[in-house]
Ligand binder design. Structure first.
Ligand code: UD1
Length: 306
């Protein structure tokens, strides 16, 4: 098969491209390398089956070229930062909404069977009805979340209007190798691993009882590949289905690294959600259980990479 992976040089997209190439598929990566990195594309196996189209998803002709002859598209490209979307709602909208619309149009016109789109748990905002089911009311609290919701609306429309199969995967807190730890808005796991490994104190915003539903990037890749194989059109949570507190997370990382470091407790981050937990029932019924990697195993693999 021939697959397009937008954002294929990024954290999740590069793992997905690697897995597809490893399975013997040909892969076309579309990436503008704004946050994607060439280092993410240095794997041993299957690289000869990968073509890189350097450019943005705001470039419709480029997407048309990439989609020619493709069987499926995995749409991972985005400005995946809530703070950036708050600072520049128009700029992030151009990529996250207009870019997504371009991907759907290019796929439709190329006769692609299916598009699997990266969506976000951010869409639920502070909805307190845990565990969160896909039918819960979305409460976007940032331009980023509103843009991801718009992507879901367009995906649904393209299925209804044009018969293009689409599945939107609402990622919860994804972690693993290749996640950039360098920004203050990076995922907490990449920040903690980096600091604990260096023996530098970590900062917990709040009292550390806040929880997140973490999922290893390899399990997210599995969800994408299974969603592509299915004919299901709609929205699915992609999460481990387990709540882990920040205090527990810090303890497990220290156990895995064998390093102990100080924990500093600071004021809670503005707009922080206290608890997050997905209901993964629909995911499991639709494409089977995807979360196979335990937190300890996923952390060990991430630590090994870092
Ligand atoms: C994620 C997004 C965030 C968005 C939110 C909306 C990422 C990396 N962040 O945040 O931009 O607003 O979804 O749903 O995808 N923490 C610490 N110390 C640190 C870093 C983080 O205590 O050094 C805490 C945070 O305050 C938070 C938890 O760890 O309580 C998780 O943080 P993070 O990894 O940023 O994820 P989300 O808060 O879920």
């Amino acid at each position: 098969m021939r697959y397009v992976v937008t954002g294929g040089a990024g954290f999740i997209g590069s793992h997905l491209a690697e897995a597809l190439a490893d399975e013997g598929h040909s892969v076309v990566i579309v990436d503008d390398f704004s946050t994607g990195k060439t280092e993410n594309l240095r794997w041993a196996e299957g690289l000869d089956r990968v073509t890189v189209c350097e450019g943005s998803i705001t470039d419709l002709p480029l997407l048309r070229e990439a989609c020619a002859g493709a069987d499926g598209v995995f749409h991972e490209a985005a400005i995946a930062s809530v703070p950036k979307s708050v600072a520049d709602p128009v700029g992030s909208n151009a990529v996250n909404v207009d870019g997504t619309l371009n991907v759907l149009v290019a796929a439709r016109d190329a006769g692609v069977r299916k598009v699997v789109l990266a969506s976000s748990a951010a869409n639920y905002g502070d909805n307190p009805n845990l565990p969160l089911k896909e039918t819960e009311e979305p409460r976007p609290q940032s331009p980023y979340a509103a843009q991801k919701m718009m992507g879901e609306f367009y995906a649904r429309l393209f299925s209804d209007l044009y018969g293009l199969e689409t599945t939107c995967l609402r990622y919860f807190n994804v972690y693993g190798p290749r996640q950039d730890p360098s920004s203050p808005y990076s995922g907490v796991i990449s920040i903690f691993i980096n600091r604990i490994a260096a023996g530098v104190p970590i900062t917990v915003y709040g009292d550390g009882t806040q929880t997140r539903d973490f999922i290893y990037v390899g399990d997210v890749v599995r969800a994408n590949i299974r969603a592509m194989a299915s004919h299901y059109c709609g929205v699915l949570n992609v999460a481990g289905g387990e709540e882990t507190s920040l205090n527990k997370l810090a303890k497990v990382i220290m156990e895995c690294t064998g390093n102990v470091c100080d924990i500093r407790y600071d004021a809670p981050r503005e707009g922080d959600i206290h608890r997050s937990l997905a209901d993964t029932g629909k995911l499991e019924v639709t494409i089977g259980r995807v979360a196979e990697c335990s937190l300890a195993d996923g952390l060990s693999q991430t630590i090994e990479w870092s």
